[in-house]
Design a binder for this molecule. Structure first.
Ligand code: SF4
Length: 459
């Protein structure tokens, strides 16, 4: 195809799509989608992409090409909200020069910060909460003459996005949300407000999506839910794992994040029984002090958490256990903090996501008086991080000389002879394969060295 020389990059792309599009002569539209926050948001963004692509929109990373700009936001931490607001402000500046572009805010901030967003960024045309993405098409079809902004907010108890598939990606791994919302009421968490009550998708719908993904080349899935192991529909969570274990071509199954209360014997048994379920458990502990756990309304004690860890280790002796920890929750004493450190010593987590507590307006904990200052909170967090690094290195060093299998994800861009992969325990491994490889292949390796948090393997 000879391309006219006078074309700039935007015109060139549109020209190309005009030639390729089945609706020749009608230029396709482009969307730009930026995602903040958790894996559930990433999954939701892939649903939105699937929906837009069905309607003829094409993805672009270039803001200047986009007819529709969407920002999928997160309210779990203040930092995520500030970053998203900054991004929206810079997009609004861009939109003032291209008024035809539509700007939409999706996700938890649309739900939780509607007034702030509209007051600070009046250029926003639509706000959709996490249960209303399927209305995007209808919203886009509305004539521009109708008043803006358009919003669809509030939890929808029946919404599971049944029948809607995420955009086909070129990846070997994919997320599959099996549950939406949360019925717990942890004192620090905004999720029950922004995402509503817990709903589980029927198993047949989940299996349909998994088969669809495997057909597109996906070999590893991660089941998602705020309390994923509380999933209950026509099967138990343990039986769902067993059913997924029978899917041909699916090499690895992971899930995140389970709630300790639902980590039952039968879930452990299913994990041990199904060879494709990976021996990796990311189970948020948040604190090692029973008093703080009670104040957080986590619904388990320190001893109960430790009993569940023993149960996991009994059924899955090689399992990696990772967690989330909050430092400096209101009322946390030095003794409570020591309990968290001793809990970490008792479990020796493979890795943790560690944060200093930040109050989220609208949560019960936001009304509790903070009992330590920012410097003390930071010092406690640093102690937690230092201890975790020691445990992470110990756990990785224990792998030295062992034989394992890694799922290859792709070559190192700077050194194409080196490939990245993950062990079933989710440890990252670099290897120099002796033969040509493809992403998605399982490669047996012997762990030979560690550099920082990365293992090196011999194929
Ligand atoms: S279990 Fe607690 S922390 Fe997790 S999403 Fe539900 S309320 Fe939030």
């Amino acid at each position: 195809m000879i391309e006219p020389q006078w074309m700039g990059p935007r015109v060139r792309t549109v020209y190309f799509w005009c030639l390729m599009s089945p609706t020749v002569g009608k230029p396709p539209k482009f969307y730009f989608l930026e995602t903040y926050g958790c894996q559930m948001n990433e999954y939701d963004s892939s649903l939105v992409s699937g929906l837009l692509e069905e309607r003829g929109y094409r993805p672009t990373q270039d803001l200047s090409l986009a007819d529709l700009i969407l920002v999928n936001t997160c309210s779990v931490r203040e930092k995520a909200e500030t970053t998203a607001l900054e991004k929206l402000r810079s997009i609004a500046h861009h939109k003032r020069r291209r008024p035809g572009v539509r700007l939409g805010v999706l996700g938890c901030m649309a739900e939780n910060k509607r007034e702030t967003i509209l007051e600070r960024i009046p250029e926003v045309d639509l706000l959709l909460g996490p249960d209303h993405y399927d209305r995007l098409g209808e919203v886009l079809d509305r004539p521009r003459s109708l008043a803006m902004p358009i919003s669809a907010l509030g939890p929808d108890r029946n919404q599971t996005y049944e029948g809607l598939f995420p955009s086909a990606s070129a990846n070997v791994s994919a997320f599959v949300a099996i549950q939406r919302g949360c019925d717990f009421k942890c004192a620090y968490c905004i999720v029950p407000t922004t995402r509503g009550p817990e709903r589980s998708r029927p198993s047949e719908d989940i299996l349909r999506e998994v088969h669809h993904l495997v057909g597109k080349g996906v070999v590893e899935i991660t089941l998602l839910g705020q309390t994923v192991n509380a999933w209950r529909a026509d099967l138990s969570f343990a039986d769902l794992l067993r059913r997924l274990g029978q899917v041909d071509g699916l090499k690895r199954i992971r899930f995140t994040s389970p709630h300790p209360r639902y980590f039952t014997e039968s879930v452990c048994q299913a994990m041990a029984e199904v060879p494709t379920v990976c021996p990796h458990v990311h189970m948020p502990v948040q604190s090692g002090s029973t008093a703080v756990l009670r104040a957080m309304r986590r619904q388990y004690t320190r001893d109960q958490y430790l009993t569940i860890v023993s149960r996991i280790r009994r059924h899955l002796p090689t399992a990696a256990i990772t967690t989330d920890i909050i430092a400096g929750f209101p009322g946390e004493t030095e003794l409570d903090h020591r309990d968290t450190l001793s809990m970490m010593d008792a479990v020796r987590f493979d890795a943790s996501f560690m944060f200093a507590y930040s109050p989220r307006p609208g949560t019960p904990a936001a009304d509790l008086p903070e009992t330590i200052d920012a410097a003390q909170k930071q010092a406690r967090l640093q102690e937690i991080i230092d201890l975790q690094m020691r445990h992470t290195f110990q756990r990785l060093d224990e792998q030295m000389g062992s034989n394992t299998e890694i799922l290859l994800e792709g070559p190192n861009r700077r050194e194409p002879k080196e490939w990245f992969g993950k062990t079933p325990q989710f440890h990252k491994v670099v290897v120099r394969p002796e033969h040509p490889c493809v992403a998605g292949q399982i490669l047996p390796v012997r762990i030979a060295a560690r550099r920082g948090q990365v293992l090196w393997g011999q194929a």
